[in-house]
Design a protein around this ligand. Structure first.
Ligand SMILES: NC(=O)c1ccc[n+]([C@@H]2O[C@H](COP(=O)([O-])OP(=O)(O)OC[C@H]3O[C@@H](n4cnc5c(N)ncnc54)[C@H](O)[C@@H]3O)[C@@H](O)[C@H]2O)c1
Ligand SMILES: O=C(O)C[C@H](O)C(=O)O
Length: 332
């Protein structure tokens, strides 16, 4: 059957890369026909029409239908996937709290729309920042949809970490696997390579033993990944878009088709209190293995050093702080 995929913020810069990849079959496969639903706000209706024209002009075989809309009811009707990119961007001088407030309103409304109009099996990926907390807000506003159907994007952070390691070792990106992103998609995230491996020919070795520089791994490597989003903004005067779209494709493809063998990937998922001492009630990024069709389980039993423990707790604490603020805004 046809897959109905919603992208919000469809007139924005991430969507401009993302929509093409989805329509081209890079996410769900070339043989899977897709109906793309594009939502943006009314002032962007004209731009949205332009993007629709371009999608038509790509003449892609797997793109069955395009629906562009500025109403939530139409956008969320019977969808299989919701990729929630649209959000109020952070403007200069705006505090994190102001951003949270503006976005709490958007994600509460969209959570309610998911609850009312989407399929109960819908898979939701939240990208708009603050991604973890926006995801928690949407999940809370959609009680009829299972909590495990809600995830937020930390794949961009994972890809950044993977590429830093590959560059350091002078190997290609696909030689490096099982990097972990713990916690928030923010500068408190903990990119962890303690369990990561690098494949050279037929042999697989640990990243830690190949890099042979714990100072770098526990210092500059971590801060580079944590601050990479800010570095791109400083350089481009716009936030990352091409790499964000690529990471969204990776996340959704793995969620749809599953992870391979014993490999894992990181995504922000609802914390039920049973993983690595992270308390219940936030969206926290952990390593997961995914079965074909999308059921996922957190990878358990990994050894956690004292260093890792403190980093993992720090980012959890930030998320509980964000949650407190968000709940205040949600009830108002
Ligand atoms: N999680 C991540 O890894 C990651 C990475 C990069 C960017 N981001 C975030 O993704 C978001 C989008 O980034 P962008 O560069 O595409 O921004 P953008 O400003 O170019 O596009 C955002 C679009 O969302 C639309 N929008 C705003 N409110 C909406 C609503 N209520 N419903 C539907 N659409 C709405 C805007 O009109 C705009 O067209 C930002 O919040 C950014 O911070 C997250
Ligand atoms: O938009 C941002 O604040 C940065 C973005 O989330 C990124 O990681 O590139």
């Amino acid at each position: 059957a046809d897959l109905k995929v919603l992208v919000t913020g469809a007139a924005g810069q991430i969507a401009y890369s993302l929509l093409y990849s989805i329509a081209n079959g890079d996410v769900f496969g070339k043989d899977q026909s897709v109906t793309l639903v594009m939502l943006d706000i009314a002032p962007m209706a004209g731009v949205l029409e332009g993007v629709v024209m371009e999608l038509q002009d790509c003449a892609l075989p797997s793109l069955k239908k395009v629906i562009s809309t500025t109403t939530v009811e139409e956008a969320f009707a019977d969808i299989d996937y919701a990729i929630l990119v649209g959000a109020m961007p952070r403007r200069q001088g705006m505090e994190r709290k102001d951003l949270l407030k503006a976005n709490a309103k958007i994600f509460k409304e969209q959570g309610q729309a998911l609850d009312k109009f989407a399929k109960k099996t819908v898979k939701v990926l939240v990208v708009g920042n603050p991604a973890n907390t926006n995801c928690l807000i949407a999940l809370t506003a959609a009680p009829s949809i299972p909590k495990d159907n809600f995830t937020c994007l930390t794949r961009l952070d994972q890809n950044r970490a993977q590429s830093q390691i590959a560059a350091r070792l002078g190997v290609s990106n696909d030689c490096v696997s099982n990097v972990i992103i713990w916690g928030n998609h923010s500068s408190t995230q903990y990119p962890d390579v303690a369990h990561a491996s690098v494949k050279c020919g037929d042999t697989e070795s640990s990243v830690v033993s190949c890099v042979k520089d714990d100072n770098w791994l526990n210092g500059e490597f971590i801060t580079t990944v944590q601050k990479r989003g800010g570095a791109v903004i400083a350089a481009r005067k716009l936030s990352s878009a091409m790499s964000a779209a690529k990471a969204i494709c990776d996340h959704v493809r793995d969620w749809h088709f599953g992870t391979k063998g014993d490999k894992w990937t990181s995504m922000g998922i609802y914390s039920n209190g049973s993983n690595y001492g992270i308390k219940e009630g936030i969206i926290y990024s952990v390593p997961v293995r995914i079965a074909p069709g999308g059921a996922f389980t957190a990878v358990t039993g990994l050894s956690i050093s004292d260093f890792a423990r403190s980093k993992m707790d720090e980012t959890a604490e930030e998320l509980f702080g964000e949650k407190l603020m968000a709940m205040e805004f949600m009830s108002s």
